[in-house]
Design a protein around this ligand. Structure first.
Ligand SMILES: Cc1cc2nc3c(=O)[nH]c(=O)nc-3n(C[C@H](O)[C@H](O)[C@H](O)COP(=O)(O)OP(=O)(O)OC[C@H]3O[C@@H](n4cnc5c(N)ncnc54)[C@H](O)[C@@H]3O)c2cc1C
Length: 418
């Protein structure tokens, strides 16, 4: 058993940023991170498009808008100060026809309202000056949108945390959560897999100070407060700590194709479609990565990663309501996922010189997306509380971009609750 002032569950980019922030704010504070995998950044943090978003898409006033714009600024400064690669390659959001112009107008309005630096509208000629091989009748150009290696940034956060006296325990999967008075006997521990809220938060009572106990595969941590940043597992851990089931995480598999080396010059920076404004996904895009690769993707295929996850996903009423609403989109995504040439053809609408043989299958990542009971894909970041704990319950894109700003937001809330 070990003790800590704050325990953070999950060593993805969000958990590490939060732990780092909490440790840097108070050198006396003992911060411990528990991570189920053997190394940090193993899930979404290590498998994404690597794009530092500028804040164009998000509803003005939303957490995503505020934390993305602030997070991008802070991340640029952080990479600069730590010698981490940060390449401002710029991004185009391209309208292919007149029908997409109203949605492009709305993105322009949002981008300006959110304070996206340097954002401007270009016509077909301007678009081809930036991306000579791209098609389209108009576009938004965001010159400050950048590319990075989020896994390398997460490792740098981990180094900062250790230097500040914090500890990261890997191979430590949290399996039980309980809250109890410091000297109380152990009540029953809620287990992973419970589908209903644990009674612990309401069942426990008694003298202060109360502590949160995290039982994990390598032991137990007793902490004054816990922050859960568990990505795809965030709903299960929140429920274990006594939170309601709504919203649940539904995993979407995003696979990518890679342009063969002699076709990479078709894309200079980042080419994105005008997304469906009703969905939190940005659509299949072409992204240059550090090191020169150009990727096409990701798809967004509802794809539970294990039997237990499949059961949880299918039991959630929101999954079925979402499926009823989005079945057409789901079929297109399935087509992209099973047919690499269909994915390349989708990208060729934006870069017409692309041929099916120009791209080969690359890798895939799994997006943790919260889905509400009514079937709504939850758009904004979601944070919630249970006794002695804060839960990051929805941190999809642009949470990697916004990680430093999310960390400040969460640390403020945690300090208020501590
Ligand atoms: C395909 C794809 C493309 C994306 N593109 C971008 C992009 O271009 N720009 C951008 O800003 N964002 C992007 N995102 C989103 C971004 O990657 C995520 O928002 C971000 O990585 C979330 O970080 P996280 O720390 O919350 O989650 P994760 O990185 O998933 O980390 C969660 C961690 O919690 C650990 N954990 C879970 N359960 C337990 C447990 N019981 N005990 C201990 N540890 C546990 C996991 O092992 C994991 O390491 C993309 C995501 C995907 C999947």
């Amino acid at each position: 058993m070990s003790t800590a002032d704050v325990a953070v569950v999950g060593a993805g980019i969000v958990g590490l940023a939060v732990a780092r922030e909490l440790a840097l704010r108070d050198p006396q504070r003992r911060v411990v991170v528990l991570e189920r995998e053997e190394h940090v950044g193993a899930h979404q943090t290590g498998r994404n498009s690597g794009v530092v978003h500028a804040g164009i898409y998000y509803a003005p006033g939303s957490l995503k808008a505020r934390l993305c714009v602030a997070g991008m600024r802070e991340l640029a400064g952080y990479c600069d100060a730590h010698g981490l690669e940060y390449e401002r390659c710029g991004k185009l959001i391209v309208a292919l026809d007149q029908g997409e112009l109203p949605a492009l107008d709305e993105l322009e309005r949002r981008g300006h309202a959110n304070g996206v630096p340097g954002l401007r509208r270009v016509d077909a000629t301007g678009l081809r000056e930036i991306e000579p091989h791209a098609a389209g009748i108009a576009a938004l150009h965001s010159p400050e949108t950048a590319i990075v290696d989020f896994a390398a940034i997460a490792r740098a956060y981990a180094d900062d945390l250790r230097e500040a006296g914090g500890e990261i325990v890997t191979g430590a999967a949290v399996e039980g959560v309980e809250v109890r008075a410091a000297a109380a006997e152990s009540p029953a521990v809620a287990r992973i897999g419970a589908d209903e809220p644990s009674p612990i938060a309401v069942a426990t009572s008694g003298a202060s100070p109360r502590r949160i106990v995290l039982r994990h595969s390598r032991g137990e941590v007793v902490a004054g407060f816990a922050v859960f940043c568990a990505g795809a597992w965030s709903d299960r851990l929140a429920m274990m700590a006594g939170a309601p089931a709504d919203p649940r995480i539904v995993p979407f598999r995003g696979s990518y194709m890679r342009l063969v080396a002699n076709r990479r010059e078709l894309v200079r920076g980042l080419i994105y479609p005008v997304p469906d404004p009703r969905l939190p996904f940005l659509g299949v895009h072409l992204t240059r990565h550090l090191g020169g690769d150009v990727l096409i993707g990701p798809t967004a295929l509802l794809a539970p990663t294990s039997g237990r996850r499949l059961g949880a996903t299918l039991c959630w009423p929101g999954t079925w309501r979402m499926a009823r609403r989005w079945w057409r989109t789901g079929l297109t995504e399935l087509h992209h996922a099973v047919s690499p040439s269909a994915l390349t053809r989708a990208a060729a609408r934006y870069v017409p010189e692309l041929r099916p043989g120009d791209a080969e299958p690359a890798w895939a990542g799994v997006r943790a997306q919260a889905v509400a009971r009514d079937g709504r894909l939850v758009d904004d970041f979601v944070f919630s509380h249970t006794e002695r704990a804060l839960h990051v319950r929805n941190a999809p894109s642009p949470a990697a971009t916004a990680s430093l700003a999310i960390a400040e937001h969460v640390a403020d809330e945690a300090e208020r609750a501590l």
